[in-house]
Design a protein around this ligand. Sequence first.
Ligand code: NAD
Ligand code: GLY
Length: 365
Amino acid sequence: MSPVVVEVALAERSYPIHIGCGLLADAARWRPAVGGRHVLVVSNDTVAPLYLERVTGGLEGCICATLVLADGEQYKTLDSAARVFAALAALGANRDATVIALGGGVIGDLAGFAAACWMRGIAFVQMPTTLLAMVDSSVGGKTGVNLPAGKNLVGAFHQPHAVVIDTGTLSTLPSREYSAGLAEVVKYGAIGDRGFFAWLEARADALAARDDGVLAEAIATSCRHKAGVVARDEREHGERALLNFGHTFGHAIEAEAGYGALLHGEAVAIGMVLAARLSARLGRAAAADGERLARLLARFGLPVDLPQGFSAERLLARMQLDKKNLSGRLRLILWSGLGAAELVDGVEADAIGSLLVEAGSRERA
Ligand code: NAD
Ligand code: GLY
């Protein structure tokens, strides 16, 4: 399949998402996004040995430096951002410098945040190498780092100058990480595109087998959805919140499990199924749609039921702390069926609590 370009059309500045196999080594495609002479490539010690040379090989003529951080969410910190600043200072980077983020969402969020801060904002290019980063975190300009007090508490909206998705890099991605990314792909069908959902159902085996053509098409469709939402609601005043379908349940499950026990996409898969079941229980959607969603996620090897031992009370307490809630009223992304997500205000805590109690016993039954 020849490379595809999806445009993120923003009022201030638009940018391309390039999607295709082998694009990291195809510098002619992404070099136009690298403005000045100074370039810092940020990666981690898992991804760099695999792919860094392909990127630096395309930077001839630039004054280039690389920064390879340790791998892991625990390094998405202000300390790591300070290391990026130190590398930019050592490089002599001016306002026309470019930061390239090569890696998954951790590197993309961190390097993007550092680019947003350096001299009040310099260019950056996202080169995502996980499926999750390709279809979600690299597009849309949310950047940030974690604090001991919580995830992503410090950040900035800072749009990249280009996103370069080399689908070939997915060949080395561990299978749990790959499945976790598929949860976000399924989400786009679930929240806004029944046709895409049916397309995914029809090609689930090819996707599970990482067929490059099918995968590139699934990524392109996902990116088109994300680009559309971001163009209509860049700063999340409305529609962009729908991208959090399943995430309020998911974040609570992820935190309750202990960070690292469940991958984000795994927790979101369980969360989307719970959101669909809650929607059915509240009479907003057909229960059959939720079961169809659970079947597709399970075909991708994702969990769809609450693992044993979760306390409904503690999960609910975590959900009540969610950023989307206003004046103590629970706000959740629910749906009226496949392809139709909506933000619902004032969801009764009792309804969520009894769903969670039942979800726990469902798994144990
Ligand atoms: P990650 O960046 O930790 O990558 C997962 C693992 O895969 C890591 O060990 C990484 O080194 C490894 N890896 C990456 N690419 C590889 C490859 N091609 N081959 C082999 N191994 C590879 O995790 P992630 O799921 O990509 O991202 C999660 C992060 O993204 C979280 O910090 C989350 O907060 C953030 N996020 C941000 C947004 C946003 O809009 N900015 C959206 C969703 C998630
Ligand atoms: N990942 C959610 C967003 O970009 O808004």
